[in-house]
Design a protein around this ligand. Sequence first.
Ligand SMILES: [Zn+2]
Length: 198
Amino acid sequence: METKKYEIYNYWKDKAITKNFEVKLWEACTTDDEAVKITDFPDEIFCWACEALPYVTADSDNIKTLWNHDHFLDRAHIFAKSKGGEDTPSNLFLLCPNCHVEAPDTTNLQNFYAWVYYKRRFDNWVLTCKKEFEKAANIKRADVEELYKRWERLSLNLDTVEALRGQMAEKCALHGSAISMSSKMMSFIDILLELTEE
Ligand SMILES: [Zn+2]
């Protein structure tokens, strides 16, 4: 039988990956390990590599079904399935579809852990958005520092973020089944300029 997401979560919930790409109990880690903890809160579904969040979480009244009914994360094999990697909690890791494609298919476990460690530290979702924002600013020949200042002036809260996302969605067109990051970020800059015009 296929290992369920909740079992995978249960195995990894108290684990961390150290700077030497070893899996260790979080409690046993010291500051020298510079470890990345896999997950903090039991009710938080997110990609364990890039930290992307699902747009919707499963409707559920307990933790077990919250994990098992999730549709966002893939069950990714650590030791590659095609090389005989088993369907056990210790050999499975929960990744968003993008990271699942990007993850190394390997027989060297340390390669997988090194990749996760790198994603968490240097290539996570927040950093990707920041990079894409700055790229869009360069394409539009806008001053990035100036844009960041305008962004601060917006003093965002949950309501204004919702409104902003709505306005962005109106300006973006679907290309196949996706809206490109460049259209999202470039329209975000247009809106940012409009809203903070003096
Ligand atoms: Zn991811």
